[in-house]
Ligand binder design. Structure first.
Ligand code: SF4
Length: 332
């Protein structure tokens, strides 16, 4: 006799663009969300994989309160399956028992931790906050209720419900744009369309958005960089970080992206209509200078994580060039 699955047992997770249909006892593609007795539950709610105080430039965010310190917080899991993951030990290849047994931090304790650490900014980062958004959003409420700001570092693969929530609760985003359409299918097990939609919607909503591409010389061609640059420009992105890949996870035997390849990619990016293009994980400090878009005067100099605001002034949370008076994009 054929046994039909009872439709009422299946629940749809609305956290990300995968929209996993989960039968009783099933776990989603992220390994984090599970249908338990007809309710989709987060297996590692409030379990902390990593917590650190660090420069905001490390996220990277270059045009949102530069030179500030941020409390970075991560739980476990990711909805992508990138072979080059730089945080695989907490995003993909972690021991579920270890995750379950990890320290738990109640969102109500965040204001106290922020005060102790002397920070006003909290970043949800390292793994993929989209898959632990129930915890993240509760943290956001406590942070903003305490006068702080929330930052999300993400792959941008949001469901429309999640996108609405993040638009309301998060102040600044760094969103990965990992490659072109084929790259997402082949290397991330995902689609590019929801990511492009998220970036576009958040910019339209007036959110602070910076975009990062992890540049992998063994996987990206310069033609790919040209194609991504066109997308970044068409989306109206103002700040694009091109970051050098370090061999990791399933690509630990691959080559590190070279400085000459990064230089060529930056030149391509700067030929497009993108105001600020930066090179990350680079020894060349000229790759991280912020210049006035009108007179090219250097306004912010970064040497690793030492940040110097020069030839500029901040008034009412805005930064201006001291030479020509032009306002710099961002929040200060
Ligand atoms: S967060 Fe995404 S991958 Fe995880 S169960 Fe929900 S829809 Fe699926």
């Amino acid at each position: 006799m054929i046994q039909r699955k009872k439709l009422s047992e299946v629940r749809v997770c609305n956290f990300c663009a995968r929209s996993c249909h989960l039968d009783n006892g099933e776990v989603g593609a992220c390994g984090v969300r599970k249908n338990i007795a007809g309710h989709i539950t987060s297996l590692y709610y409030s379990k902390i994989a990593s917590m650190a105080v660090e420069p905001i430039e490390k996220k990277p965010l270059y045009h949102f309160h530069p030179a500030s310190r941020v409390l970075s917080l991560a739980s476990f899991g990711c909805n992508f399956s990138c072979s080059f993951c730089q945080n695989y030990s907490i995003a993909q290849d972690y021991d579920p028992y270890f995750a379950y047994e990890s320290e738990s931090i109640n969102p109500t304790n965040l204001p106290m931790i922020m005060e102790k650490e002397g920070v006003n900014l909290v970043a949800y980062t390292y793994s993929e906050p989209t898959v632990w958004q129930d915890y993240m959003l509760e943290c956001c409420d406590w942070v903003s209720g305490n006068g702080g700001k929330n930052i999300m570092v993400t792959n941008g693969f949001f469901s429309s419900v999640a996108l609405d929530k993040f638009t309301r609760s998060v102040d600044a985003f760094n969103i990965d744009l990992k490659g072109n359409r084929a790259f997402y299918q082949k290397h991330c097990g995902a689609r590019i369309e929801p990511v492009l939609h998220s970036i576009s919607r958040l910019i339209s909503a007036g959110k602070h958005v910076e975009v990062t591409t992890l540049l992998i010389e063994d996987l990206h061609t310069l033609e790919d960089v040209r194609e991504i640059a066109r997308m970044v420009s068409d989306l109206g992105v103002k700040v694009w970080h091109l970051s050098r890949f370090y061999p990791a996870y399933k690509m630990s035997n691959s080559n590190r992206t070279s400085e000459p390849f990064l230089k060529e990619a930056i030149e391509i990016a700067r030929s497009k209509d993108i105001d600020f293009v930066y090179g990350g994980n680079s020894q060349n400090i000229s790759n991280s200078l912020t210049k006035c878009t009108k007179c090219s005067n250097v306004l912010i100099q970064r040497d690793q994580y030492n940040v110097h605001l020069i030839n500029s002034r901040i008034e009412n949370s805005k930064m201006f060039c001291n030479i020509c008076g032009t306002e710099l994009f961002g929040k200060y």
